[in-house]
Design a protein around this ligand. Sequence first.
Ligand SMILES: C[S@@+](CC[C@H](N)C(=O)[O-])C[C@H]1O[C@@H](n2cnc3c(N)ncnc32)[C@H](O)[C@@H]1O
Length: 356
Amino acid sequence: MGDIPRHHPVMLGESLELLAIRPDGRYLDCTAGLGGHTRAIAERLTAGGKIISCDRDAQSLEMARRNTAEFHDRIEFRQASFSELAESNLDGLIADLGVSRYQLTSPERGFSFQAEGPADMRMDQSRGVTAAELLNHSAEKAIAGWLHQYGEERRARKIAGAIVRARPIRSTLHLAGVVERAAPRTGPLHPATRTFMALRMVVNREQEELDALLERAPRMVRPGGRIVIISFMSLEDRKVKESFRELKRTGRAIILTKKPLEPSEKEVRENPPSRSAKLRAVEIVNHQQSNVTEEHQSHGHPGTHLQSANRRENPLPRRTGRYGHDLRGGFIRRRGRVHFARTAQRLHLLLLEEDR
Ligand SMILES: C[S@@+](CC[C@H](N)C(=O)[O-])C[C@H]1O[C@@H](n2cnc3c(N)ncnc32)[C@H](O)[C@@H]1O
């Protein structure tokens, strides 16, 4: 491994703000990459805090380790994919999806159609099937389906036919040439862009992995803890959005980003690959599904008996929300009406409604 590539962690300021780092907290970075987000979180921790930094790619993990040397007392590195994560009681979790600049620009990893290398594309090179193996042994129809579904490639059938006729696919440039001849350039994108993206997603089972992350993350984070996910593809952002909405609907989280945040113009200027980033965040309020919305409706009026019940039932320490309100529970004025929320979770939900 040579020099460590220069790296701009995407939407770093926004991520840190939304994670609301507690210096003694426990965090999980699911996508260590070059260690950019891990490092910034570790910098904000005291010796009592900890960040677990995971990546399924052993080489990336090694670079993250080298990029964060001053903070190793607070970082635990682990090679793991999303579907293998099983932490609990975290104060926050971040995932910055996709591939890193290092992966994209290392010809030997096979992600780039601009440099000669093996058509590998595995993030974890210790297991799984390479892109070349997939292309050389799969049915034409299956290949066309992947290009269409994951690459949203309109010329999927044409390209799949050309790939099958050109077998065996020997390398990245061989594959890029086959695609380019079958579907010549019509716009600014290189004609092989969508094919390479789709194959990368299939080789790494990226959709299934994201599903696993979205299913596990809310259980790994304690109530009051936060989840931040940065995605780069509309397919992924849609999944994140739907999953967060479902958490909200079932009373398990409040959404902190009504619309996805996007990088500033300055960030895009300084780091053009950040331009398609979308960041969404939630705060977990409850691990169980709750019927709080219906209950809230039936408690539409304040009552002193509820207020005293609130004091008894409220075990949480005082915590102030971003509007300076007490997050433990109590009354809230909303659209001219006073509502009562018995616990912090319920008050959170009311505030969420307010945010919308
Ligand atoms: C965009 S990079 C992360 C960059 C990192 N945030 C930084 O600032 O350096 C994405 C990383 O996530 C890893 N990754 C992608 N999918 C993964 C999965 N399912 N499980 C674990 N790691 C994954 C990739 O190997 C890659 O290193």
